[in-house]
Design a protein around this ligand. Structure first.
Ligand code: CDP
Ligand code: MG
Length: 933
């Protein structure tokens, strides 16, 4: 075989052996590239110097002046660290897990909660309560629940065992009744004050609604014997003889200060069948805690999904089954619904929305099925089944039509619709509220519609449980949340679109994504069950029997399909250093490589030091409810006072981007995005601009038009604003901000300094970097071809939906990104152009050296930038000062005061970044190494 050498390959395609066909040519170059790569790794790694980042002497002088002022002030020793945090932090470094729990054991040795006079008082109150008419009426209702019929079994089992697993069909009263049974039993026995019950819920909304329900059943206001605690919001009950419903996240946080749960006498882990990463981890932690706390009772509660797994995990603990009385539920599939309603899909391809289901996959599935059932359904139904968007929730009008059909033909009873996420929920909501069809207009006023989603504000949630008044029909449009964790009694009709949102993680590319996909048999089974609670019901599955045959049995546990950075940080704050070993003890252990990838990332962003120990920064990041990379970005934005733009970016990265793309309108959406991007070459700054424009439109009462014209989702934008406020509240709680308002002027002094903001985005998304070698406009000038690689050497492209995809005239060839996606090619879903200086200032592994008599600064042993020796020294100096400042701020959280000495450092950084912005044309574009294949 012909072996091309480098210079031949670079000089042109002439070196290619003649007579190769299309595919062979591709293979030839692929082999060539592989050979080249191998020979590169064999020899010394070759350093190629990139563009020159020399800082002019005048600027260096001023930067040095600023730094001197900063240093002088530090040496004057005016700093006062936050004693509390510092102590916590020292403790963190010095104490391992065993020592940590021994210490708390000692502290709680003589803990005795019992108070006999209070016990007697509680006993009396309990008797008195039996005279209360409200209580008695509600108690009568409670007695109808299967759990109450097993009351003595439950109390006995808990009495005799440390761990009990309760399995019962959804709605049988586990969540609301079990804690009450145990509390009331203690009170009656005169030991109420020793009883503190905590019950974890997977979601905020269920913690609140259940707590409200239970205090209603007990005929007392929330905050007496029953309360809840969720992130940033709580109504705590009394200290003793109480039940607290909290989210799993809150319990994990409590373990940081009370690792053996000395403040809890009974812990209920609810909804463990969902296999969320947090309940999996809590179960593993409990196995450590239990031997140290013989008096702690643990009750695991699960719907009937693979319950044997939990029983085995806890050494075959006793299992109590509570069967509910279920009425029969008739199950219909898409083909039956089509036959029944006669609905015709609109096959014009103008208004179908994302995501488009794979057409050929659909054909392969449906054609054999159609042949099977040809005799049973009429031709029109079979034709409709062939339409790819007939399944799921692609056609909102179809779902609305089915709702009208039920209203028209079926007896009373609420309708529960399962949708994948907030956007689909709001689409159906608005279709039902503002119907275009006469049929819809006829039913509009008969419907009482409730959206149900964990992100919706928590006010007024209780009304979804009330029965609809006469003449009205309740329609609940919900995510998976109504599947097991929220029970609404009067549901008779379930519409199961079969779709849900699931995170997925690709270990090869280290990419995590949130995608809509088909549910599993287990989900469908639970959803069906929701229809038969009060009377025989009907479940309408909006997918064919053929689709059902392809569905998996049970969902994959979350820990096997997500990134582990966040969970590792939370283990580290619990003093669990050997995270590898800890993961091995979980029901399902993630792959070693996923763990090491996560640990490496945490090291690179300096949340962990080189030994894998938590840094002060890492300790803060562990407390923020978001991805640590994004967390670092908002922390820096608080210190640097450019909160609003960066929280916009962070919210969009943690939730979703507010644009939607109707099929066939891609180009118009791209235009809208480009307008918003204002030539900033950044998908992230584009989001910030969009939110600013949106606010303006709200101020002028033209927000509906604004959203419509720019393909923006109103719901998503509102949600982004809500998340921004949450971030600000958090940062304010931890004293990184003085105001909890994102728009507060003092938090936004630097918010219009685009180079600084660009650099902070770069610092946050680092080490996700990409280098563009060559960009070429395609003839039609809409798209461009980019020759680009990420720092791990993979070829990537801007995703067509990125504002950078059509651009060529970048001022810098370096980019940071948050997500890569692999389809036909590897794509950067979002990217921001950054200048080398930003990577040099905010990146890690920055080094300097000399090659061929030229000085350079390097980033992560990947990019090497030429520069003067003076630049090397000023930049390294600045970096070490920035490191000190960040450490100091982590120990003593506070925004950097204007005109303070620390602010001089920001000035110095700004100055360095500002020359970058002007360097533009001086950039030397590297000759491309690889020919376009
Ligand atoms: O936990 P499990 O699914 O076994 O049942 P649960 O949540 O304790 O619900 C028992 C009963 O309480 C159901 O019939 C619900 O309708 C009712 N409930 C309610 O009315 N309001 C709530 N916020 C929660 C439950
Ligand atoms: Mg429950």
């Amino acid at each position: 075989m012909h072996r091309g050498n480098k210079s031949q390959a670079r000089s042109g395609k002439s070196s290619r052996p003649p007579g190769l066909s299309g595919r062979e040519i591709g293979m030839y170059y692929k082999n060539l590239a592989r050979q080249r790569k191998n020979s590169d790794t064999k020899n010394e790694p070759k350093i190629k110097l990139s563009c020159d980042v020399t800082v002019p002497p005048g600027v260096i002088m001023r930067v040095n002046e600023y730094m001197d002022q900063f240093k002088l002030a530090r040496e004057a020793g005016q700093k006062h660290f936050d004693e509390n945090f510092q102590q916590q932090f020292r403790h963190m470094l010095n104490v391992n897990f065993e020592a940590f729990i021994e210490e708390t054991k000692k502290q709680n040795k003589d803990l005795n909660l019992q108070n006999r006079s209070l016990d007697a008082h509680l006993q009396d109150k309990q008797k008195e309560r039996l005279q209360n008419a409200d209580f008695r009426a509600r108690f009568e209702d409670r007695l109808k629940l299967p759990t109450m019929r097993h009351a003595t079994d439950v109390i006995d089992a808990v009495d005799k065992n440390q761990v009990v697993l309760i399995v019962g069909s959804t709605g049988c009263g586990k969540t609301t009744q079990v804690p009450q049974l145990l509390l009331d039993d203690c009170i009656e026995k005169g030991i109420g004050t020793t009883c503190r019950i905590v019950c974890t819920q997977p979601r905020r909304i269920s913690a609140i609604t259940v707590a409200e329900r239970v205090s209603y059943e007990r005929a007392e206001p929330l905050g007496h014997s029953v309360g809840y605690q969720i992130r940033l919001e709580s109504r705590k009950p009394r200290e003793r003889a109480s039940i607290t419903y909290c989210t799993t996240g809150v319990l994990l946080q409590q373990l940081q200060s009370d690792p053996l749960l000395h403040n809890v006498s009974v812990l209920l882990l609810d909804e463990i069948h969902e296999r969320s990463i947090e309940t999996d981890m809590l179960m593993a932690l409990l196995k450590i805690i239990l031997p140290h706390r013989p008096s702690l009772k643990v009750i695991l509660m699960s719907a009937t999904v693979r319950e044997e797994d939990f029983c085995n995990y806890f050494n075959r603990c006793p299992m109590l089954r509570i069967e509910g009385v279920m009425h029969p539920v008739e199950v219909l599939y898409l083909e039956d619904v089509l036959a029944m309603t006669g609905y015709q899909f609109d096959c014009g391809n103008n208004k179908r929305s994302q995501p488009r289901l794979d057409q050929s996959e659909h054909r392969n599935m449906i054609e054999p099925y159609i042949r099977q059932v040809r005799s049973r359904y009429d031709n029109n139904v079979l034709e409709q089944l062939r339409v790819p968007h007939s399944e799921g929730c692609e056609d909102i009008d179809f779902i609305a039509n089915l709702i009208y059909y039920i209203c028209n033909k079926k007896s009373d009873g609420a309708i529960l619709v399962f949708m994948p996420g907030l956007n689909k929920i709001s689409q159906l909501h608005s279709t039902l509220k503002n119907p275009r069809s006469p049929l819809g207009q006829r039913w509009r006023d008969h419907l009482l519609i409730f959206p149900l989603h964990s992100m919706l504000p928590s006010a007024e949630q209780q009304s979804v449980f009330k029965r609809a008044p006469n003449g009205k029909r309740k329609v609940i449009i919900s995510t998976i949340i109504a599947e097991t964790s929220v029970t609404i009694d009067d549901v008779v009709y379930v519409i199961n679109t079969g779709r849900t949102k699931v995170t997925d993680y690709d270990i090869e590319t280290n990419i995590q994504s949130l995608e809509e996909c088909w549910v599993t048999h287990a989900n469908t089974q639970q959803r069906k069950g929701r229809a038969g609670r009060v009377q025989p019901g009907v479940c309408y599955n909006l997918f064919s029997r053929a689709r059902e045959a392809l569905m998996s049995e049970v969902p994959t546990p979350e820990i096997l399909r997500c990134k582990l950075e966040t969970i590792i940080l939370s283990l580290k704050v619990l003093h669990i250093d050997d995270t590898y070993a800890m993961f091995q003890t979980m029901i399902d252990a993630p792959a070693q490589r996923t763990v090491s990838t996560a640990i490496n990332l945490l090291k690179r962003i300096e949340a962990l030091d080189i030994n894998g120990n938590l840094t002060p920064l890492g300790m803060h990041l562990a407390k923020l409810p978001i991805d640590p990379q994004v967390g670092k970005m908002i922390l820096i934005s608080a210190l640097f006072r450019c909160l609003d733009p960066i929280t916009s970016v962070a919210a969009a990265l943690s939730y979703k981007n507010p644009f939607y793309t109707p099929l066939g309108q891609e180009r118009r959406v791209d235009e809208a995005k480009r307008r918003m991007a204002q030539k900033m070459y950044s998908d992230h700054l584009m989001i910030h601009n969009t939110i600013c424009n949106y606010r303006e439109s709200v101020g002028e009462h033209r927000d509906r038009d604004f959203c419509y014209n720019n393909f923006l989702s109103h719901t998503t934008l509102q949600q982004l604003e809500r998340m921004k406020s949450q971030f600000a509240e958090f940062l304010c709680n931890y004293k990184f901000l003085t105001s909890s308002n994102c728009l507060d002027q003092s938090s936004n002094i630097n918010s219009d300094k685009i180079p600084l903001i660009r650099a902070i985005i770069g610092g946050g998304l680092y080490p996700n970097m990409a280098h563009l070698r060559k960009a070429r406009q395609v003839k039609n000038r809409v798209r461009a071809i980019h020759n680009m690689t990420t720092d791990d050497g993979r070829r990537v492209n801007f995703h067509p939906s990125s504002v950078n995809s059509g651009e060529t005239g970048f001022d810098s060839n370096y980019f940071v990104y948050y997500q890569r996606q692999k389809s036909t090619d590897l794509y950067l879903l979002d990217a921001t152009m950054v200048f080398p200086m930003a990577l040099i200032i905010f990146g890690d592994g920055v080094d300097s050296g000399v090659i061929d008599n030229r000085h350079y600064l390097s980033v992560a042993k990947t990019y090497y930038f030429k520069c003067s020796p003076e630049t090397v020294s000023v930049v390294l100096n600045l970096r070490s000062n920035l490191g000190l400042l960040l450490l100091e701020k982590a120990l003593h959280p506070a925004p950097i005061e204007e005109n303070s000495d620390a602010s001089k450092l920001i000035k110095a950084i700004e100055l360095l970044l500002s020359i970058d912005d002007k360097m533009g044309d001086d950039y030397e574009i590297m000759s491309d190494e690889i020919d376009n294949i």
